[in-house]
Design a protein around this ligand. Structure first.
Ligand SMILES: [Zn+2]
Length: 543
């Protein structure tokens, strides 16, 4: 600057003192400093902003509202509210469930559970913080079923009023042997309505009589009589044969020793009424039949300590309402397929020939031992060894029932909509527990490729702790602190307080509770090898 020529010319320029130049320089420098200062401030501000934005984002994230969805309506929930407050804020109501009676009819609309809050399909608590969830939806409340008193009845008659009988119509079985229908009734506490649920068990019937096993039941009516009954017992005992004695209650008092001998010999005592009245006479109804049978039953039970399974009406005559009542009282009704008419004393040869003429698998032979019956005794002396040599098993009525009707054709069980067809395995299945084969096992059932085994025998072999409740038809099993209850007619197995649904319900067959082999393994903690039919089931206990 010092050497700058005074080229600008003019009076004013020339008049300026050098002091102005210094001043201008100073002003310039000040401006520069201020600019630098502003730049530094802006830089600090930018840096502060860069720090603030994420902070704001974090705050915004935590303060974001949750989405509320009820059916097609949407709303928003502030994070500081609870799920239920948030719902109230939207002004949307969720319909509650209804209160239903035991039949499913509505007793009180809206009397059920209030709606349920859900997040991602899972129920969440209504007092949970809304901010814990992105989206909250609400489902209509569940219906509630009123409290109900439950009673369970075991019904020997699988289908009330229907009896099962072989095609030759001689024997009315009260129920297919060993099968028990179960009726569960619930009575609503508030409505008083009743609901009945039945597990219906029916036999799978044989398709033809030709498949019947070679068994014959010899039956003797109107006794007992000292000499005749004893003579017949001797003949039967000599040939390993069994018979059934349909005694008259009014004869039993005189012959209690003989009634005991019948039972002790493995033969069967059955009920043939008190006094041999004709049940079907006019004016005699179901109660007449039941009272008469009960009177005879009482003295038979006192004499021999047995309860009769079988009833044979005098003259074979009953009315249909009497038959229904007798079957429902738990008796099976035996008629006959071969009537020897021995009471007319046609000669022992004729009696023998009639027996042999009608001898066939499933025959029930009617004879009489009330009073002196020399002809009948003689006929038996020839017929019994002859039938045995022909390969017939001469059995009691109850054994006959088991072999004929219950000849393991299997059963069908209906539970609600589901039907289970349970048949005996076509090939024998051996059951081993800890390497030991269980002998003489009760007939098993095969259902959908699984084998049902007798639960008590297998649990005994596994040394498991259990309790069989005959009345409730349940087996309670203790295992590793867990307690399982297997109910015979149910797919639901309870384990302590919780429920497990099992594939195949435990079933009663020949009055023995059967449970699928893998279910036994499951509740006892045992291991099970090979669960398919046919073959072997091998359990190993955990001890
Ligand atoms: Zn008679």
């Amino acid at each position: 600057m010092t050497n700058q020529p005074e080229s600008t010319g003019g009076t004013t320029t020339a008049a300026r003192p050098p002091k102005d130049i210094a001043e201008a320089r100073e002003q310039r420098e000040t401006r520069v400093r201020e600019r630098q200062k502003r730049r530094r401030q802006a830089k600090r501000a930018r840096r502060a902003m860069l720090l603030l934005i994420p902070l704001l984002l974090v705050i915004a994230w935590f303060a974001r509202p949750s989405k509320i969805v009820v059916a097609d309506t949407q709303g928003w929930a502030w994070p500081w509210t609870s799920v239920s407050e948030a719902l109230a804020d939207t002004g949307i109501t969720v319909p509650p469930g209804d209160l239903l009676d035991v039949n499913g009819a509505v007793i009180e609309a809206g009397g059920g559970d209030p709606g349920t809050a859900l997040s991602a399909g899972m129920a969440i608590a209504s007092d949970a913080k809304a901010s814990d969830y992105e989206e909250i939806s609400f489902r209509r409340g569940d219906d509630l079923v009123e409290d109900a008193a439950e009673t369970v009845e075991l019904d020997r008659v699988a289908q009330a009023g229907e009896s099962w009988k072989p095609s030759w119509e001689t024997v009315y079985f009260a129920a297919p042997p060993g099968l028990t229908g179960i009726t569960r009734t619930r009575k609503g506490a508030s409505s008083g309505a009743g609901a009945t649920e039945e597990a219906i068990v029916t036999p799978l019937q044989r398709t033809s009589d030709s498949a019947l096993p070679k068994v014959i039941a010899l039956t003797f009516d109107d006794g007992p009589n000292g000499s005749t009954t004893l003579a017949i017992l001797d003949i039967l005992n000599d040939h390993g044969a069994k018979g059934t004695f349909f005694v008259l209650g009014d004869n039993v008092g005189r012959e209690t020793d003989i009634v005991r001998k019948i039972v002790e010999g493995g033969h069967e005592v059955a009920n043939h009424s008190w006094g041999h009245p004709e049940f079907s006479s006019r004016g005699r109804g179901a109660s007449f039949a039941l009272e008469n049978i009960a009177k005879a039953e009482k003295i038979i039970s006192e004499a021999a300590g047995v309860k009769c399974r079988w009833f044979r009406p005098p003259y074979g005559a009953t009315t249909s309402s009497q038959r229904k009542a007798i079957l429902e009282a738990g008796y099976s009704i035996a008629l006959w397929s071969c009537d020897t008419v021995d009471w007319k004393r046609p000669g022992s040869d004729t009696i023998y020939k009639r027996i042999m003429r009608d001898a066939r698998p499933g025959a029930v032979v009617l004879m009489h031992d009330g009073g002196p019956r020399e002809q009948t005794v003689s006929a038996c002396r020839r017929a019994v060894p002859e039938l045995v040599s022909q390969g017939y098993a001469l059995v009691t009525m109850s054994e006959y029932e088991r072999l004929i009707a219950g000849d393991d054709a299997g059963i069908e069980m209906r539970l609600g909509d589901e039907t289970y067809e349970a048949r005996t395995p076509e090939n024998p299945v051996s059951v081993f527990v800890n390497g030991q084969e269980l002998p003489d096992l009760h007939p098993m059932l095969a259902v959908r490729g699984k084998v049902l085994v007798p639960v008590r025998e297998v649990l005994d072999a596994l040394a498991a702790q259990y309790r069989w409740d005959e009345a409730a038809q349940t087996v309670e099993v203790q295992s590793n602190g867990d307690e399982f209850t297997l109910r015979m007619d149910s797919r639901r197995l309870s384990r302590g307080q919780s429920e497990l649904v099992v594939g195949i319900p435990p079933m009663l067959y020949h009055e023995v509770p059967l449970v699928s082999a893998d279910l036994i393994a499951r509740v006892t903690g045992a291991t099970l090898d090979a669960i398919s039919v046919p073959g072997e089931l091998r359990f190993s206990s955990i001890r």
